[in-house]
Design a protein around this ligand. Structure first.
Ligand code: GSH
Length: 271
C-alpha cells in the first residue's frame, strides 16, 4: 500500500551516518554518479551506543521528519531500525542500500552523469553479483553489533569484536570468492575499466576488513588492486575522507562492551 504522500517538491533525502558501511555504498554511488545535493540531500542521523556498546542510530534532532514523528527513535521512521533510508519528496521511503541504488540508477536520466551499471546485461549482473555478495553474504556476518550480541547473549566465544574469529572467517571466506570473480571480470575497476556499482559496495567492506587487521595486498591481491584504483578516484577519496579515512573507524563503545561481555583486557585492539 502506498505511504501517505507529503508535498512532492524538493530533493530526495538520504538518511545516513558516516560510521555506517551500508550507508557508504549509497554515498559513494551518489558521489561517483555525480548526483548533486539539490537532487539528493544527505541527512546525518544521530549516533548513540546502548549498554552493550552497540551503536544505535537515531533520527536527527531538529529534522522535520523527527518533528513529525515526535521521537528520535529510528524504528518509528524505518521499522527495520537501520540506515540508509531514502525519503522521496512525496513521503515514500526506500530502505536497503541495493534497492536504493537501483531506484536512483533507474530514475536518474542517462543524460545526468555517468550510469554506474554497465550497458551489457551480463556485466550488469556481474556488478550486482558483487554488490549482493557484500550486502547479503559478507556484511551481516561480520557486523560488530551481531558479534557483540552473540557473545553476550548466545554464548559465542569471547574475543575483541573487531578481530573476532567469526568476523575474520566470513570476511576471508567471501573475499576469497570475490578474488576469483574479480580475476575474471576486473579491469582497472571491479567490472571492467570503469568504476561501477560493484566498487561502491566493495570499498566500505574493504574498510571493515582493514579495521579487522586483514592484510589485503598479501591475501587478496586482485581485490587489493581494485581497492587501490577505487580510492585513487577523487570522488571516492572525498567520501572516505568525510567518513574518517581509509580504515573504517571504530564504531562501538569498547568500554561498555568490556563491562557487558566481561572480557579481560581492552576490547579496543585495533585502532
Ligand atoms: N542490508 C542493509 C544493511 C543496513 C545496516 O545493517 N545498517 C546498519 C549500519 S551499517 C544499521 O543501521 N544498523 C543498526 C541496527 O541494526 O540496529 C542495507 O544494505 O541497507
Amino acid at each position: 500500500m502506498r505511504e501517505e504522500a507529503a508535498s512532492p517538491v524538493g530533493p530526495m533525502r538520504l538518511y545516513y551516518h558516516p560510521a555506517s558501511s551500508a550507508s557508504m555504498r549509497v554515498t559513494l554511488y551518489l558521489g561517483c554518479r555525480g548526483v548533486p545535493p539539490s537532487r539528493v540531500e544527505l541527512v546525518s542521523t544521530g549516533f548513540e551506543t546502548d549498554h552493550r556498546g552497540i551503536p544505535v542510530f537515531t533520527m536527527p534532532e531538529g529534522d522535520p521528519e523527527t518533528g513529525k514523528l515526535g521521537t528520535t527513535d529510528l524504528t518509528a521512521f524505518n521499522p527495520e531500525g537501520r540506515i540508509p533510508v531514502l525519503l522521496l519528496p512525496d513521503g515514500r521511503k526506500m530502505t536497503q542500500s541495493g534497492p536504493i541504488v537501483d531506484y536512483l540508477e533507474d530514475s536518474i536520466g542517462e543524460s545526468e552523469g555517468r550510469p554506474l551499471l554497465p550497458e551489457d546485461p551480463w556485466l550488469r549482473a556481474e556488478a550486482r553479483r558483487i554488490a549482493w555478495i557484500i550486502a547479503a553474504d559478507t556484511q551481516p556476518y561480520q557486523n560488530i553489533p551481531f558479534i557483540i550480541q552473540a557473545m553476550g547473549e548466545w554464548g559465542m566465544v569471547k574475543a575483541p569484536p573487531t578481530v573476532h574469529p567469526l568476523r575474520l572467517h566470513f570476511i576471508r571466506r567471501e573475499f576469497g570468492a570475490l578474488e576469483s570473480i574479480l580475476n575474471r571480470c576486473a579491469g582497472r575497476h571491479a567490472v571492467g575499466e570503469d568504476l561501477t556499482l560493484a566498487d561502491c559496495f566493495l570499498v566500505p567492506q574493504v574498510r571493515n576488513a582493514l579495521l579487522a587487521g586483514i592484510d589485503l595486498a598479501a591475501e587478496f591481491p586482485t581485490l587489493s588492486r581494485v581497492w587501490e584504483n577505487a580510492i585513487a578516484v577523487a570522488e571516492v577519496a572525498a567520501v572516505l575522507e568525510a567518513a574518517g579515512g581509509i580504515v573504517q573507524p571504530l564504531a562501538f563503545d569498547a568500554e561498555k562492551f568490556e563491562v557487558y561481555a566481561d572480557l579481560p583486557g581492552p576490547a579496543r585492539t585495533v585502532e
